[in-house]
Design a binder for this molecule. Structure first.
Ligand SMILES: Nc1ncnc2c1ncn2[C@@H]1O[C@H](COP(=O)(O)OP(=O)(O)OP(=O)(O)O)[C@@H](O)[C@H]1O
Ligand SMILES: [Mg+2]
Length: 477
């Protein structure tokens, strides 16, 4: 049996008090009593909404072999039949295990932050590095004060490449996380308005992202977006921290990993990528210029790690857009079909623009229309009205003639669009769901996007429930 951790090591590292007859080791670590696997250790941390201590019984029922709980919570827990390690603070204990995991690891480690594209790039790296060795990667967007230590503590000892996502809503969040991760390469995908509510301007956002440099290993590297307006600022921050290897990706003539050309299609793109002085023609199996930009950053990591570039290139061809981030559905309607682009995972001004470009690159059938179905972008603070209004520009430039909107803030976009655009506005998502389901027509292409909290996933599921999914056509790049 190969253990992720032996109980003895866990006790030593976390400084806990064993209670009961500890198993020799655990096969995994979980903080979720619903999805925990048998033989795993359950860490009863306080999550975003709940306290794990309330779910210890369920964790045990689902196979937990060991519980890590807080001394202070012990009296209230009642009878538990599974052995425990009792610690002062469970999250701190998880952090200690994370640090020990990093210490024992010989993996090459990359940490990804940025305003958008972290998960997209992380998932790309998972696929691009896989042919070169054993990859360990964050689940979903696990990028915060519990997601990062959990991902690190879960990293098997024989991992060859570790890929971490680090996010933030506030200054000083990234610093302690990156110091646990100690990456050899730190990447900032881009700086754009996201979580603006907590910041005065883009430079403040850039400064908070730049905290990622502070955890880079001696002799390590950073990869920055050469096309981003904050590049100069980030470069000087990296220099101040003493990082010597500052590499860049993007279209810029001076970019180290250069996107020399881009040919976009509805189902993927072809790019000419200059990496290590050589130009390669690369097919990417998911559409969008923003995906191609992320791919350049990912190829940069592959090159820096000395991993197999040719295999990474092949992996890009096999890439597919993921649920909520550009996934496409072909749904039967009447005699024809409609194309649904699911961008419902989240939205901010940068990803809205990227998604509008996706819509523009997808031709409707003769009878159909291009329809942007858009909901509020949250966390924009004092900039809310402005950033919503400003979507009129990219919509008009892309020639989108049908715009269906919901949400309080989207009223600003409604008012900013000229009469040449057919606008439908509903105050709530529920009202818009109804409109969308009743008014789609054969041949239409819909792109559906809003912040997660606005719940545009309901529009996606209502369409899928009402119109049967059709198999993919043969793919043409
Ligand atoms: N480089 C990019 N530029 C603009 N938009 C992008 C870029 N990369 C991804 N996106 C879009 O941004 C949205 C979020 O993508 P993704 O989940 O990769 O970002 P994230 O940084 O992980 O977000 P979160 O902060 O929610 O974890 C998706 O709609 C995606 O298609
Ligand atoms: Mg993410």
């Amino acid at each position: 049996m190969s253990w992720l951790w032996t109980s003895a090591d866990m006790v030593t590292v976390m400084g806990g008090r064993p209670l009961g007859n500890l198993p020799e080791g655990v096969t995994g670590i979980s903080i979720d009593s619903r999805s925990i696997g048998s033989g795993e250790a359950f860490f009863a941390i306080k999550g975003d909404r709940t306290d794990g201590h309330d779910f210890a019984t369920m964790a045990v029922a689902n196979g937990a072999a060991l519980l890590v709980v807080a001394e202070g919570k012990l009296p209230a827990m009642g009878r538990v039949t599974v052995p425990m390690i009792v610690v002062e603070d469970v999250l701190v204990a998880l952090g200690r295990l994370a640090v020990a995991s990093r210490q024992r690891s010989r993996a090459k480690i990359v940490a990804v932050t940025g305003s958008v594209g972290k998960t997209t790039t992380k998932e790309m790296l998972r696929n691009l590095l896989a042919p070169s060795g054993k990859v360990h990667c964050a689940v979903a967007s696990f990028n915060n004060h519990w997601g990062v230590p959990l991902t690190l503590a879960r990293m098997p000892a024989d991992t060859q490449f570790g890929v971490f996502e680090i996010g933030m809503n506030h200054p000083n969040e990234i610093r302690p996380l990156v110091k646990m991760v100690r990456p050899h390469v730190a990447m900032i995908t881009t700086i754009a308005p996201a979580h603006l509510g907590n910041f005065k301007n883009l430079e403040e956002i850039a400064a908070a992202k730049a905290e990622i440099f502070e955890g880079v290993e001696a002799g390590g590297a950073v990869i920055l977006n050469r096309d981003n307006k904050q590049f100069g600022f980030l470069e000087s921050r990296a220099q101040e921290v003493g990082i010597q290897n500052i590499l860049t990706f993007g279209q810029h003539a001076k970019a180290d990993f250069r996107l020399a050309d881009f040919e976009g299609g509805a189902e993927g793109s072809t790019i000419w990528a200059v990496v290590n002085g050589e130009t390669m023609e690369v097919h990417i199996g998911a559409p969008g210029r923003h995906i191609a930009e992320n791919a350049m950053a990912a190829l940069g990591v592959v090159a820096l790690f000395g991993a197999d570039l040719e295999a990474a290139k092949q992996a890009l061809a096999g890439l597919r857009a993921v649920k909520g981030r550009g996934e496409r559905h072909r749904l039967g309607i009447g005699e024809g079909h409609l194309t649904l682009i699911d961008e419902s995972y989240n939205a901010n001004p940068a990803s809205m623009r990227a998604a509008i470009a996706l819509l523009a690159a997808t031709p409707p059938e003769v009878t159909g229309r291009r329809i942007a179905v858009l909901g509020d972008m949250l966390e924009m603070g004092a900039f809310a009205a402005k950033v919503h209004e400003e979507l009129a520009g990219p919509l008009l430039a892309a020639g989108i003639e049908h715009v269906w909107l919901a949400g309080t803030e989207m009223a600003a976009l409604r008012d900013a669009l000229p009469d040449s655009v057919a606008v439908e506005y509903r105050p709530t998502t529920a009202e818009l769901v109804d409109h969308v389901v009743k008014n789609v027509r054969p041949g239409d292409v819909l792109m559906v996007k809003s912040s997660l909290g606005i719940g545009f996933g309901k529009i996606i599921s209502a369409l899928i429930d009402n119109y049967p999914a059709l198999p993919d056509r043969e793919r043409h790049l």
